[in-house]
Write a protein that binds this ligand. Structure first.
Ligand code: 13P
Length: 261
């Protein structure tokens, strides 16, 4: 079965109640076919309830940008997976490079967070990707393979069916320096090969792998047309209604054309 595309907006640490309401109102008037394309937004924690009240869940999914590795208890400032379920989230990001870089999250912590999400029935979107220096030293595949097995190692095939991945080369995030479709496709194909080796063909074929890093309305179509790219995790452009609408339109164009290169 063909993998459904997912266009996801990671708002990062941006947004007020007003800007979030405006953005969601602008998304709700767009048209896309939910059978072939899913749209999700990942607002900061303080806007999750507002976003969830504003969307129709069948049309726009809502996810959190992070989750605690702990169960509810005396962990000041943390947000437990249970709370995300309580507000109605469907997804959460784990292992975003900004968390790895600025909050020193390592693969073990990413793995613990991911397991908490699976325990409560939320779908994790696990982010992986290399630094510029690592790419320049030819280490891209090694880094991605290490992050994948660090986060996902030990999960069974059934659990893997509830996971999505995002390949986000760190050098492409917020830089305007998007990976070329061929560069992205090469890593996506490698990821699928890793999934095949560590699990099986049905996991490798079924799992959504999104691309993230400077995706905008102009470059989305060529990226999304790649065989192993199943959607986009969009940062900056997801805060601009028109840009995000353009990315959704590109996703629809590729999905309905039914062929990926
Ligand atoms: P930009 O789209 O702003 O490059 O950010 C990508 C990203 O980090 C999404 O998670």
């Amino acid at each position: 079965m063909a993998r459904k595309s997912l266009i996801a907006g990671n708002w990062k640490m941006n947004g007020t109640r007003q800007s979030a309401s405006d953005l969601i109102a602008a998304l709700k008037v767009l048209n896309w076919e939910t059978q072939v394309l899913e749209v999700a937004v990942f607002p900061p924690f303080h806007l999750l309830s507002l976003a969830l009240a504003a969307v129709s869940p069948a049309l726009i999914a809502v996810g959190a940008q992070d989750v605690s590795a702990q169960k509810p208890g005396a962990f000041t400032g943390e947000v437990a997976a249970e709370f995300l379920v309580d507000v109605g989230c469907q997804y959460a990001l784990v292992g975003h490079s900004e968390r790895r870089q600025y909050h020193r999250e390592d693969d073990a912590l990413v793995a613990a967070k991911l397991r908490r999400l699976l325990e409560v029935g939320l779908k994790p979107v696990v982010c992986v990707g290399e630094l510029l220096a690592e790419r320049e030293q030819g280490q891209t595949f090694d880094v991605v393979a290490r992050q994948l097995s660090g986060a996902l190692g030990g999960l069974n095939a059934e659990q893997m069916g509830n996971v999505a991945l995002a390949y986000e080369p760190v050098w492409a995030i917020g830089t305007g320096k998007v990976a070329s479709p061929a560069q992205a496709q090469e890593v996506h194909a490698f990821i699928r090969q890793c999934l095949m080796q560590q699990w099986n063909k049905s996991v490798a074929d079924g799992l959504q792998v999104l691309y993230g890093g400077s995706v905008n309305a102009a470059n989305a179509k060529d990226l999304l047309a790649q065989k192993d790219i199943d959607g986009a995790l969009v940062g900056g452009a997801s805060l601009k209604a028109q840009e995000f609408a353009g990315i959704i339109a590109a996703g629809m164009a590729v999905a309905t054309a039914g062929v990926r290169v």
